[in-house]
Design a protein around this ligand. Structure first.
Ligand SMILES: [Zn+2]
Length: 309
């Protein structure tokens, strides 16, 4: 029952400007918390490898990948959009972030770990097949999901995305792919804009109004997801783990607490225990309160390996 914790110090060198909320300290604060947390199962630390081109183009167009490589600056910053910037270290950080998830999938699928967490940045769930946006260049989780599909021939994969922003990139990539059940909760109306007409039988969106409390969050998630995930009989479950729906997050307006993340993770872990031997891969997305990240990330990971009997 080993927990794999994957990280790379290259992810610290990416900067999008000094006042940008997606700051290097996010992953260093988390890493420090992980090193000291009393996990209920043994922990193994790993360094994230660089993503291969083949992995990148499993979820993105070749032209998108080529474009990101071509604009990587030698010095200073390049602006992709008002939120999304590259410095000379961003490309390497993004390749570590994208490479961490297929690596995590290998560890879990080859029984070297039961669960894995990727403490990486830049995040990924806003990156569409052909578009970088919202702090994201490559869709890390989508690249990991495609790795599980291509290398392990899985065809029932669940993504639980509890970041406060809608994962437009993940939905874009798996819009017509029934091998993936995409469960996403997010504040609405809010960035980047959610289009309900795009939802279908394998895209389960839970829009939440500003100010949503723990109680309402749990009711809506319970009603929308657990029976559907159970019926899907997942072979592997991913979390797009953003912690910006936390009550203390500076970017959003929901009121979740550490206990809500533990609750959701525990419910999903029970289903994973029934259908896929508890195998889960979780990947950091957003979350901009350093204190909340340091508390919630280890608690979320610990709940992934809860004794579900
Ligand atoms: Zn977010």
């Amino acid at each position: 029952m080993t927990i794999a914790l994957i990280y790379h110090s290259d992810c610290v060198l990416h900067q999008a400007g000094e006042s940008h909320p997606e700051q290097p300290a996010r992953v260093t604060v988390i890493q420090s918390a992980l090193e000291h947390y009393p996990f209920r199962a043994p922990v193994a630390f790993y360094q994230a490898p660089l993503a291969s081109r083949e992995q990148l183009i499993s979820a993105h167009s070749q032209s998108h990948v080529d474009w990101i490589f071509s604009i990587s600056p030698r010095n200073g910053f390049i602006e992709i959009d008002a939120d999304t910037w590259m410095n000379p270290h961003t490309l390497t950080a993004a390749l570590r972030a994208a490479g961490s998830v297929p690596f995590a999938v290998d560890l879990v699928m080859q029984d070297k770990a039961v669960v894995a967490f990727c403490n990486i940045r830049p995040p990924g769930h806003h990156a569409e097949r052909e578009k970088a946006m919202g702090f994201c260049l490559f869709n890390n989780v989508a690249i990991g999901v495609m790795h599980a599909i291509v290398k392990y021939h899985l065809d029932r994969i669940v993504i639980v995305d509890f970041d406060v922003h809608h994962g437009n990139g993940t939905q874009n990539i798996f819009q017509n792919d029934k091998r993936v059940l995409y469960c996403s909760s997010f504040e609405h109306p809010f960035y980047p804009g959610y289009e309900p007409e795009l939802d279908n039988t394998h895209i389960l969106s839970v829009p939440l109004s500003a100010g949503t409390t723990s109680e309402v969050f749990r009711e809506k998630i319970q009603a929308a997801w657990f029976d559907r995930i159970e019926a899907f009989q997942p072979q592997l479950i991913f979390f797009s783990a953003g912690f910006d729906a936390h009550v203390n997050d500076p970017l959003a307006d929901l009121q979740l607490t550490e206990e809500d993340y533990v609750w959701l993770t525990t419910q999903v872990a029970k289903i994973a225990g029934t259908h896929c031997k508890g195998k889960m891969v979780s990947v950091l997305e957003g979350g901009y309160s350093l204190e909340s990240l340091a508390q919630c990330v280890p608690a979320h990971i610990n709940a992934m390996v809860m004794d579900y009997n």
